[in-house]
Ligand binder design. Structure first.
Ligand SMILES: Cc1cc2nc3c(=O)[nH]c(=O)nc-3n(C[C@H](O)[C@H](O)[C@H](O)COP(=O)(O)O)c2cc1C
Length: 245
């Protein structure tokens, strides 16, 4: 164990922030750390939009289903997968951008995730708290319009960053037996791992909510993957040049 491992394992999402704005120099350092992440073929398919305007922040909070920390965090960043920049470079050299490749979509989305998580770790190392906001994809076209996103750019998620005004407990994760395979897929340990985890997280939810939330991971997964999830995404992505060929 070292300081970095301790920091990584101390992560918990923060959903209450003091009103303190995150200084530009801090946001810029955090973003430089994001840029330092590995990136497929040096594609660097990430564009981050910092939203400061209060009215625009309120609109984004509403689009994200009324998550008020989108408006109240010390900084709000929208992480976009961006193939537009690569297109410009390609065309400047006489090339023709090949639209709608599934592989390009994966490259850009993975790039965003890696850069964002580097930002998260950097921010947390500076004593800040964060919360990803995937709910921007509830209304991705409205978000794209609000941020003037060109074709070949799509908002993957937002990130609230700021000084924490709460100190929640770290949320337990699945036991390694359910996520680590030796040589082959860990099928044997899977259900046992899920059951163990269900009980652990049930106890965590009870503690966190003073006994009012009585749920477990399997129930949450039923709600998550047991129904359609944002079925508008495919059409939205195709419309922006992220078809799936
Ligand atoms: C891509 C992504 C999108 C997320 N979107 C939201 C969101 O819209 N609202 C929210 O409150 N939390 C959001 N979260 C936070 C997760 O709920 C949280 O990371 C998860 O429950 C584990 O809890 P922890 O971060 O406290 O360890 C998101 C996390 C990720 C990685």
């Amino acid at each position: 164990m070292n300081e970095t491992c301790r920091l990584l394992k101390a992560h918990r999402s923060i959903r209450k922030f003091t009103g303190q704005t995150v200084p530009d120099a801090v946001v810029e350092e955090v973003l430089r750390c994001g840029q330092a992440a590995a990136t497929s073929s040096n594609l660097q398919a990430v564009t981050v939009i910092r939203v400061r305007d209060a009215a625009r922040r309120e609109q984004l909070a509403a689009l994200a289903g009324g998550q008020d920390y989108v408006a109240s965090a010390g900084a709000f960043l929208v992480f976009c997968a961006d193939l537009n920049r690569a297109r410009l470079a390609c065309e400047s050299q006489g090339g023709t951008f090949c639209e709608d490749m599934t592989e390009h979509f994966i490259l850009a989305t993975v790039d965003v995730a890696l850069a964002a998580q580097n930002c998260v770790v950097a921010a947390e190392s500076l004593g800040l708290g964060v919360c990803y906001i995937g709910a921007l994809r509830n209304a991705p076209q409205a978000v794209a319009d609000l941020l003037d996103l060109p074709r070949l750019v799509y908002p993957v998620f937002g990130l609230c960053v700021g000084t924490p005004a709460q100190d929640p407990e770290v949320k337990p994760r699945l036991p390694l037996g359910a996520v680590l395979g030796e040589e082959v897929y860990p099928a044997a340990g899977m259900m046992a791992g899920i059951r163990t985890y269900d009980e652990e997280i049930r106890a965590y939810y009870r503690r966190r909510t003073g006994g009012t939330k009585d749920s477990c991971w399997s129930l949450e997964m039923k709600a998550l993957v047991g129904r359609e999830a944002r079925p508008h995404m495919r059409g939205f992505l195709a419309g922006r040049g992220f078809g799936m060929k």
